[in-house]
Design a protein around this ligand. Structure first.
Ligand SMILES: [Zn+2]
Length: 446
């Protein structure tokens, strides 16, 4: 006797109901709740019941308000014993759960920041997923597969649109502990772009092949596991990414090199800039903050802004006061005298004294108090280098959201101070846990 009792969610209440009757005076009805583990999960197993006076019996399993038949033993033959009769029912409870790094069940997952992932070089450590606090596992509990050693699930993701949907991938789970009917995957990591999704090393197989450990998603998406991997799905579970979604609004403006009326053209293409801000969104997925950018709108340089000699943002390389030209641009094309909104201006080239910068953010910590009304603006040059332009967008925004400069020389970090590198997974892409806390606490993040 074996019953595959489908259990949709591990969080439903569940119990076994036993009813028995025979001679009217011996009818019995009882309700019994299976034992639960420390995490509140029903512990599957074979349970033994004593039912008095059984002539006929029936048992049913009630899960979250739904009732399932439980096949009772058909061995109730032999002489009728009115004093007691025992039978046991095999409850096969199926569940699929997401587990966090400590192997506790969770209903939400985070995009990993690849914390602790890098050796000097930098290179990605072979065991980087094992070291990431945002890693996760999938657990299958199927007592009918006890002692089989292995089961497989199908893992896929679904985000708005299709760009971030990760194909269903077979993930094998090993029985842990041995012969327990409980199967736990190796640890895995949610990632936000193709560079991380396609990453391989001796411990990480090619994208979407069996037991792939990195899975792509966009913020607001869901991770789904289905069990079993082939045939009819009898159990599935979803996790939302991230645990607590926040957002930040950015207005994107591209200047023409001179007025349209005098033959001016945008310093950089709208499509290029749009792609850069999508890359910036991928970077901010690490901190659970959705960059909601609007634009890009294309504008003429306003009166007082002459891009033929670049945009002079600082008059000297050590100045902590914005130039008159930069203030004119912010006031005319952005919003004057408020730090409530964020603008980014694409110009042909940013002059700082007699040298140049790729980007510059008007972060309060750096600029003189007299410039406070101009904070929460940034300038980026017209380089079309990709993904540099996307990293630069996220980098300059982070000067604003952390109100800080360059805390590191580690080139794998987004906020290091030299030229941002774009070399694969070890490029200048990562935010840290402490930056996450600061960014999520910024007044512009809602
Ligand atoms: Zn910087």
């Amino acid at each position: 006797m074996r019953d595959a009792l489908r259990r949709r969610s591990a969080r439903h209440r569940a119990w076994l109901e036993v009813e028995a009757w025979g001679y009217p005076h011996l009818s019995a009805r009882g309700r019994w709740e299976p034992p639960k583990g420390a995490d509140g999960e029903v512990l599957p197993g074979v349970y033994r019941f004593q039912v008095r006076g059984v002539v006929q019996d029936k048992a049913r399993y009630v899960d979250g308000g739904r009732t399932h038949a439980v096949e009772h033993p058909n061995s109730l033959d032999g002489p009728l014993n009115l004093s007691s009769l025992s039978f046991h029912a095999r409850l096969t409870l199926l569940s699929v759960d997401f587990l966090d790094a400590s192997k506790n069940p969770v209903s939400t997952l985070k995009v990993g920041k690849w914390e602790n992932a890098f050796n000097a070089g930098p290179t990605v450590k072979d065991n980087f997923i094992d070291l990431d606090p945002d890693r996760f596992y999938v657990r299958v509990n199927d007592q009918s597969k006890k002692r089989t050693g292995k089961v497989s699930v199908k893992l896929s993701t679904d985000s708005t649109g299709t760009d971030y949907d990760d194909d269903a991938t077979e993930i094998e789970r090993n029985e842990e502990p041995a012969n327990s009917g409980i199967f736990i995957s190796t640890n895995m990591l949610m990632v936000s772009d193709d560079v991380d999704d396609d990453f391989t090393n001796p411990n990480v197989v090619a994208d979407d092949t069996k037991n792939d450990r990195t899975h792509k998603i966009a913020l607001g998406g869901k991770v789904k596991v289905q069990y079993p991997e082939t045939g009819t799905v009898i159990c599935e579970e979803e996790a939302n990414v991230p645990p607590s979604l926040k957002a930040i609004d950015v207005n994107v403006i591209i200047l023409r090199d001179k007025s349209a009326a005098t033959g001016g053209v945008p310093v950089i293409a709208v499509a290029t800039v749009s792609n850069f801000w999508n890359i910036a969104k991928e970077r901010y997925a690490q901190v659970g903050v959705d960059i909601q950018w609007t634009g890009p709108t294309v504008e003429d340089p306003p009166a007082g802004v002459d891009l033929s000699d670049w945009l002079q943002v600082l008059d000297t390389s050590t100045s902590t006061v914005l130039s008159a030209e930069a203030k004119t641009l912010i006031s005319a094309v952005g919003t004057a005298n408020t730090t409530a909104d964020i603008h980014v201006f694409y110009v042909n080239r940013i002059a700082v004294g007699s040298s140049f910068a790729g980007g510059l953010a008007v972060a309060d910590f750096y600029f003189d108090e007299s410039d406070d009304p101009f904070a929460y603006n940034m300038f980026i040059n017209s380089s079309t280098s990709s993904p540099w332009g996307g990293y630069a967008a996220a980098h300059e925004l982070t000067h604003l959201t952390t109100d800080a400069g360059h805390p590191t020389a580690d080139t794998w970090r987004l906020m290091h101070g030299a030229v941002l590198t774009t070399t694969g997974a070890a490029g200048s892409r990562r935010l840290t846990a402490s930056e996450e806390t600061t960014i999520r606490g910024n007044s512009h993040v809602h």
